[in-house]
Write a protein that binds this ligand. Structure first.
Ligand code: AMP
Length: 284
């Protein structure tokens, strides 16, 4: 069955009104398109837990702090719709720009604390853009559940907090990171790596795992992180933007592993910014 593509809020609301009247539970999977197995895993999880699934594709200009990054972001709408068909997605919502940002649009949502540091430090304004557009997509689709990847762990925390703070009646569900066989987290940005860069890139995941093992074996956290940073640079990355251990819930900085935590990294390779993170829990 061909999946329908909707481009206006009026069309979107007409569809969800019918579903709601029939008592159906609606899930939304927000994306920026250029879909890969990571995105598709969210759609599969959504389908398994809901009656209806809306996949949104919107390359949100307000969350890009670099105009070149926005311009070069891959757009593969036709191919995306084809990938979604066999998964049973009901609708692909690809709103026109004015359906999200009508003339005179002046509002912005800031989720303070969780948005600071990590990706928030390197990408000023990014999480305000994310929180605002995700809030709009929650309200526009009226979904009961929303599926996000742990791959963007800080984003998952920001949107969870935002929905809670603003009383949006939606449950945010985090799904595990999908990786290539060599451990590299799948990302639309991986396509921009050179052949050699693609060979080096899995070092990021290896360094996270090595750090987790070190820390669980009693290493001093700052020393384990420094070793991992050196390994990433030695492998050929140009820069490590951050490599940190944070509390899994709320992302407070941690210097000892005394609660469920997350190791998070952003690093540059071939002019491409790659991010990854893994869970780390106190041994025993
Ligand atoms: P994006 O299109 O990059 O904005 O991502 C849309 C959603 O897909 C977000 O919730 C991401 O966290 C999620 N996602 C991206 N890559 C992966 C991956 N490798 N595994 C699981 N989820 C992912």
């Amino acid at each position: 069955m061909t999946v329908s593509i909707l481009r206006t809020l009026t069309e979107m609301r007409a569809v969800t009104k019918k579903w709601r009247a029939a008592g159906e539970r609606i899930a939304v999977v927000p994306t920026m398109g250029a879909l890969h197995q990571g995105h598709l895993s969210l759609v599969k999880a959504a389908k398994a837990q809901s009656d209806r699934v809306v996949v949104t594709i919107f390359v949100n200009p307000t969350q890009f702090n670099d105009p070149k990054d926005l311009e070069s972001y891959p757009r593969t709408e036709h191919q995306d719709a084809k990938l979604l068909e066999p998964l049973g997605a009901d609708v692909v919502y690809v709103p026109d720009l004015d359906q999200v940002y009508p003339d005179g649009f002046s509002s912005s949502i800031t989720v303070s604390g969780i948005s600071d540091g990590l990706c928030g430090a390197g990408r000023p304004g990014h999480f305000d853009g994310v929180a605002t557009v995700v809030c709009k997509l929650f309200l526009q689709t009226g979904a009961d559940t929303a599926f996000f990847g742990e791959k963007d762990y800080q984003q998952l925390q920001v949107v969870t907090r935002m929905a809670l703070d603003l009383d949006i009646p939606i449950t945010v569900i985090g799904c595990p990171t999908i990786r290539d066989r060599d451990g590299l987290a799948q990302s639309s940005r991986n396509l921009k790596l050179t052949k050699n860069g693609r060979v080096i890139a899995p070092v990021l995941y290896q360094a996270l795992n090595a750090t987790a093992a070190d820390v669980q074996n009693g290493a001093v956290v700052s020393e384990a992180l420094s070793r991992a940073q050196a390994d990433i640079l030695a492998a050929g990355f140009a820069k490590v933007e951050y490599l940190e251990m944070r509390a899994a819930n709320g992302l407070a900085p941690l210097d000892t592993l005394n609660q469920p935590a997350r190791l998070l990294v952003a690093a540059w390779l071939d002019g491409v910014r790659l991010i990854d993170n893994i869970a780390i829990t106190p041994a025993g």
